[in-house]
Write a protein that binds this ligand. Structure first.
Ligand code: OFO
Length: 165
């Protein structure tokens, strides 16, 4: 059984993952319109993954006797300055997600809910991966700077870059 506190904390995370999915979808669409097809593919995949993160939480809540709530859609930022700005957003967003995941883990411990604590470990590991990937991408972009050729290769490489789980 989930306590009310855990159930609403999990539902808050459902909302966050859904918002992440929307967020990356908006970035993907912008990148595609600008002609960055590889970057767009990468961001579309990332958006799909965030939806899977959301579903996983929703189903866990239901399995444990709670009710996973589908959140309302909010329009995310749809226009971006450039590719660099997009990945700065990705990085800071993932840091925020990690902070929220850690909060949730904290709540699990204070509520002595060890099964939810155990379930949340998947997200803890996932965030390490997501932060690492976002940091790597930012490092690459720093090297590229304003170089058009570099950005062209970066776009091509991102079409096949693994986004993890
Ligand atoms: Fe980006 O990992 Fe879920 O939110």
């Amino acid at each position: 059984e989930l306590s009310q506190t855990i159930e609403s904390a999990l539902n808050k995370q459902v909302e966050m993952e859904a918002a992440s999915s929307q967020y990356y979808l908006a970035m993907a669409s912008w990148a595609e319109v600008q002609g960055y097809n590889g970057i767009a593919q990468f961001l579309y995949r990332h958006s799909d993954e965030e939806r899977v993160h959301m579903l996983k939480l929703l189903k866990f809540i239901n399995e444990r006797g709670g009710h996973g709530l589908v959140p309302a859609l909010q329009q995310p930022t749809v226009k971006f300055k450039n590719i660099h700005a997009i990945f700065e957003h990705v990085y800071s967003h993932e840091l925020l997600v990690s902070k929220e995941i850690n909060n949730l883990v904290d709540i699990c411990l204070s509520e002595k809910d060890y099964s939810t604590h155990n379930f949340m470990q998947w997200y803890v590991t996932e965030q390490i991966e997501e932060e690492r990937m976002a940091r790597n991408i930012l490092d690459k972009l720093k090297l590229i700077g304003e170089d058009k050729g570099g950005l062209y290769i970066f776009d091509r490489d991102l079409s096949t870059l693994d986004t993890g789980d």
